[in-house]
Write a protein that binds this ligand. Sequence first.
Ligand code: AHR
Length: 500
Amino acid sequence: MKFAKLTLASDYKIGKIDKRVYGSFVEHLGRCVYGGIYEPGHPSSDENGFREDVLELITELQVPIVRYPGGNFVSGYNWEDGIGPKENRPKRLELAWGTLETNEFGTDEFMKWCKKAGTSPMMAVNLGTRGPDEARQLVEYCNHAGGTYLSDLRKKYASALPYDVKLWCLGNEMDGPWQMGSKTAVEYGRTAYEASKLMKWVDPSIETVLCGSSGWHMKTFGEWETTALDIAYDTVDYVSMHQYHSNADEYLENFLAKGVETDSFIESVIAALDYVQGKRHTKKRIDISFDEWNVWYHSNGTKFEKWSKAPHILEDVYNFADALVVGTMLNSILRHSDRVKIACLAQLVNVIAPIMTEDGGKAWKQTIFYPFYYASKYARGYALQGITETSKYDTRWYSDVPDVDTSAVISEDGEELVIFAVNRDIKDSITLETKLCDFEGFVPVENIALQDCDAEDINTKDCEKVKPVSKELPELDGKMLRCELKPMSWNMIRLVKRKD
Ligand code: AHR
């Protein structure tokens, strides 16, 4: 018998949800920048070449931060190539992805775009082929008010006012052999320590993110975090983690269970960070920047012309099952909101993204757009520590996978409660029975679901097969809220406190 029970009490809080967990990522990769956010000559583009149809969709997502310019790209990037008159900017071989980088779009364009998109930049510095010197110079270019060579250059080229970039990533995936200038944990720890120190000497108000291992399955994972963090502890604020789920073996029940690996990964990173804190006998706690996460596998092996500009790479067309996995990853992020302070859905447009475009044509919402949209819109406030009891299942890879995966959030003013639930069961509906211990006066006002789709259903520019449906409000009987979750479905139930 399949079942799901959840008990919620308003005082049992996991932590305040940092709004930066609804971040995203724009890399100079494929058509994320060129043909994604930037396409001069497109009918919807403004005088800067920023696509306004794309901006509209991004605005819907309410993304508070956007990481830029990479990713693997940043490890070979000369930021100076992307400033000044466009006609003087050099074309470069981009070694991370084997493409041509024209540098038409650079730091100044990104800052302008962020303003228009209503978001804040999270910049990454190159600690692969470059080092602390170029990193602190970029901070000076961006954040120093004026009166120095670099800050005056910014004033001359683009902006009288400093950009005031608050968040900085110290390189990207530095333990990956695919990374330009990859390093051992000791080499990286020293480089990051010095880079962060100099960057903060330029602007003490910034926060920096140390690269964790590039993945949970890396041989370096664990040892990398503890070694590099121990060296860099005093000058950094967060450690990054990256996770992409794939469905390479097309085994649906197994794929839908992938969110349990997100829980385990986050908890392992917390353990590594806390180990270093304990060892150093310090009060300073390091939290997590989950600055790349998503599903990624559909586009594996896509062929493209080497050294071409903005080829179609990593353009995963997401299906319904992917949206459910993204829903469980969001639940996991919310359930760890005491330690995950930053998270970036990778990426934002075209490249493993919730938004797709065609060159010169439309922009549309991929299936994964929706769970992100609803979490970003409504899961603001405090994550609640729900007590869950649910039937479970086993797959070849995982045991005891909850049939129903949940998270719950109470708004900052305590007037609104939101429950997110994914029913992983591919055959049966399951009734989610939620005991609301002390939510007197709360009534359900919205019940939204992604449901009744085939796992492979996708959205295209002309047809949105996977989209939210508004359902009948769930039954509230005293303290007990009962909501039917269709097989293979993502659900959001919203309750508000009656005013009378
Ligand atoms: O997001 C795509 C790539 O995935 C990034 O460039 C890299 O950091 C990761 O391996």
